[in-house]
Design a protein around this ligand. Structure first.
Ligand SMILES: Cc1cc2nc3c(=O)[nH]c(=O)nc-3n(C[C@H](O)[C@H](O)[C@H](O)COP(=O)(O)OP(=O)(O)OC[C@H]3O[C@@H](n4cnc5c(N)ncnc54)[C@H](O)[C@@H]3O)c2cc1C
Length: 294
């Protein structure tokens, strides 16, 4: 167990889809829950703060970096699928599109919407990621977690208080180790694969996939759409420093040219002000911000 490697002063830019962020004081990439428990116990003893990173597809990290240990989950991998019952056991570092494709090739219906969301299973559970009217909590039975005092436990999905892009895990810091999902079995494999493929094609057309981004920056103030409001105040294509409001989808901020976290945060504030001044609506961010005193 004590072979787990800690690295010092590693840039976190490559750990986010925005490619923005300063160094982690320390970083570790655990491969199983025992390693996580070991690390957490050590952190507690030393009173070192801990920050969790999945695929970094919904994270804005401060250019100044993050103090303490960044726990990178992307090597916690493993998928078990029971084709007959539709039960899937998956470790939290697996990527959602990988799981969606595996489910499709096993004739399991339910995750066709998930193929274009570049996050891990852990991040998807925390964020209750979703698209096209579906979200991960629709298919989740339970998760296993490690708490910040090192306790390993199973939590039922019904105890996670899921809502629109929300789970209790956003307020109560627990490390998601694995998830148990139940999909519908017995469907035509080729049909599910076709729907999955079409969904991905649709995303490529409607979202700035070639650019570095974090997906939607703001939560939709339901029933309204944040993108429509941003467009309505004339900000499509607006730039601050290297950060730009996408011309393809106005709720995406892209890293157009070496954007810093400062550029992105200034752009976020500008959007919020313009939309508030015109419509009296304060857009809330969906993206999680790390290393800032917000
Ligand atoms: C091009 C693009 C398209 C996107 N489209 C969508 C979409 O259609 N729908 C949607 O919902 N989202 C979308 N997103 C946003 C993002 O992919 C999701 O929110 C995703 O679920 C985040 O997962 P992650 O692993 O990247 O989490 P991260 O961004 O790494 O982390 C997000 C939060 O979860 C926490 N976290 C991550 N893993 C764990 C873990 N194992 N245990 C405990 N906490 C953890 C982090 O600390 C952080 O608070 C998109 C992003 C991009 C870049």
């Amino acid at each position: 167990m004590n072979s787990i490697q800690l690295e010092k002063n590693i840039s976190l830019a490559n750990f986010t889809t925005w490619r923005i962020g300063g160094p982690a004081e320390w970083i570790a990439t655990p491969k199983n829950h025992k390693e996580i428990q070991f690390l957490i116990t050590w952190l507690n003893k030393k009173k070192i703060p801990c920050n969790i990173i999945g695929a970094g597809s919904n994270l804005l990290i401060n250019d100044k970096g993050i103090k303490g240990l960044s726990l990178c989950m992307r090597e916690l991998k493993g998928i078990q699928i029971d084709k007959n019952t539709g039960i899937i056991e998956v470790l939290s570092g697996e990527m959602l599109p990988t799981l969606a494709r595996k489910a499709a090739s096993n004739g399991l219906h339910g995750l066709e919407w998930a193929v274009g969301i570049p996050g891990t299973i852990g991040g998807a559970v925390v964020m209750n990621a979703g698209a096209q009217g579906h979200c991960i909590s629709d298919y989740l039975e339970s998760i296993t977690t490690v708490s910040l005092n090192g306790e390993y436990k199973i939590i039922k999905a019904t105890d996670l208080n899921f809502g629109y892009r929300y789970s209790l895990l956003q307020d109560e810091k627990l490390i998601v180790v694995s998830a148990r999902l139940k999909l519908e079995s017995g469907h035509s494999e080729s049909k599910i694969r076709q729907i999955t493929k079409n969904n991905f094609k649709h995303r490529l057309k409607t979202q700035p996939y070639k650019y570095q981004s974090c997906g939607s920056v703001f939560r939709n103030p339901e029933p309204l759409k944040a993108a429509k409001l941003i467009e309505a105040v004339g900000l499509k294509g607006f730039r601050f420093g290297g950060a730009e409001i996408s011309k393809i989808h106005s709720n995406f901020i892209i890293n157009a040219n070496k954007a810093s976290s400062y550029d992105v945060r200034e752009l976020i504030k500008h959007i919020q002000k313009q939309v508030f001044d015109s419509y009296g609506i304060l857009l809330e961010t969906e993206v999680k911000q790390c290393g800032f005193e917000i």
